[in-house]
Design a protein around this ligand. Structure first.
Ligand SMILES: [Zn+2]
Ligand SMILES: [Zn+2]
Length: 288
């Protein structure tokens, strides 16, 4: 059986390890096909692919774009054999800058609450400007300055968090950007997203908004659903598979692994996509 995981993160967004190490670890775990879907960054898409090739592992280029719908923050995945990085460079400018500003505001809130030795410029300097600054970077800086345990630091940062600003794309804009860059747009982890809608609008209404929203995206060129995910329960997987089947959408799957620090509950090395769906997915990528 082929082992496939199409949803991994590296330190170019909020993963624990650099992408070279992610590729090495994936190889150790005998994964045959992977995608490193870092948040909002086109940086090193080609480098990730060429390194994986050198190491003998198949890597599909990937990205995960942050978007906002009806006040709910959600993620759109994009996959391609080879993306046009220049399209992303322009299209993600506002998103990357918005993320930086969001982290600056969270850091300012922390300083206001007594963490006086936190310095945003250190956080900014901790990664290349083309990479995506995340709460994970703020947490790491807080640990460095306060000696806190990871769990406590995460909680402290979450308490001072601020929502996505006006810079956030709509999901349809994210879908169109991925299409324009030569990729296949896929709705990430529906199980997590429906919970967010339910939390905001209540169970019945939240679910209705979520499934209506999928219909809206399909009409707007969404090409796939992440049916298999650590964040989807069995019934969500079934529902998404049915929607994908009815609408001729690609089916994808991935762990959303970030590493042992950021998300210790998610291990690396599982198979997240049955081979029949993998073959259809590859066909969809090649024929787009
Ligand atoms: Zn996500
Ligand atoms: Zn993810």
């Amino acid at each position: 059986m082929k082992k496939i995981d199409l949803h991994l993160h590296s330190s170019l967004s909020d993963g624990d390890y650099e992408f070279a190490k992610v590729i090495d670890l994936a190889r150790e775990k005998k994964l045959e096909t992977i995608s490193i879907t870092d948040h909002n960054t086109w940086f090193c898409l080609d480098k990730k692919a060429s390194l994986a090739k050198k190491k003998g592992i198949e890597l599909i280029q990937g990205i995960e774009i942050s978007a906002k719908h009806e006040g709910v923050e959600l993620h759109i995945l994009g996959y391609a054999e080879k993306f046009d990085g220049n399209v992303f460079k322009k299209g993600l400018d506002k998103t990357l800058a918005g993320n930086k500003e969001r982290m600056r505001r969270i850091t300012a809130n922390l300083v206001k609450h007594g963490y006086y030795n936190l310095n945003f410029s250190n956080i900014l300097k901790s990664k290349p400007p083309q990479a995506c600054l995340t709460k994970h970077d703020v947490i790491k800086e807080l640990i460095k300055r306060s000696g806190m345990e990871y769990g406590e630091a995460k909680k402290t940062v979450e308490e001072q968090s601020v929502p996505y600003g006006n810079w956030a794309m709509t999901p349809l804009e994210a879908v169109r950007l991925i299409e324009k860059a030569g990729g296949l747009a896929v709705l990430a982890h529906g199980g997590e997203t429906i919970h967010k809608f339910e939390k905001k609008y209540g169970k019945g209404k939240g679910g209705k908004i979520f499934f209506g929203f999928i219909g809206l995206l399909i009409r707007g060129k969404l090409r796939g659903l992440e049916c298999f995910s650590t964040k989807n329960d069995g019934s969500m997987t079934e529902k998404l598979l049915a929607i994908a089947g009815k609408n001729g959408l690609a089916v994808t799957g991935g762990s959303d692994w970030h590493g042992p620090v950021h998300h210790p509950e998610i291990p690396l090395g599982g198979n997240w996509l049955p081979e029949k769906y993998y073959r259809l997915f590859m066909k969809a990528i090649k024929n787009r």
